[in-house]
Design a protein around this ligand. Sequence first.
Ligand code: ZN
Length: 175
Amino acid sequence: MIYLDEFDEWLLLLDGEPEFDMDAGHLSEQARGALRGIYETHGFVTGGDLRSLILTRRATYATQALEKVNADLPALTAWQIRPEVLLEKSASSFGYLNVLVHGHEVDGLDPVGILAEVAAYLQADYIDEFLQVWPVCSRHRTGLHPLENGDSAVWRCKAGNHDVAEIGCLRTTHR
Ligand SMILES: [Zn+2]
């Protein structure tokens, strides 16, 4: 028999909750830490109360993430749509409210995961809108990938297997 502590029992319970839209069995360390933080402060919270705790965090971290990714985007970028953080009902979250960045639903719960997520959304939208790869590794001339790397989210060059910069510091870092 596998020993479960109360936190793990709570996670198992959440998997059956429609308001909980993450996969409790496949959480990143960072997302698990964020949930543990919620559990330690609020206990066995479920349903609508849990949903509002998740949404508050998503909105906060998505706003911070958007600021960082905007700092990385090329200057004088004329976006047709101004990226913003919105709270909207969505089909994929069973009609529950969710946080959207530039039309993309945020799935994460922690600052690092959401930063990598938002960077990927804006990168895809940038490529769609301007039909050019962004950002590019100046050394290997290939596109970078937003990834979680421990406590930070980075632009990774897979061709050279190196991190070019933390997301939000692309223009000030030269590695
Ligand atoms: Zn490179």
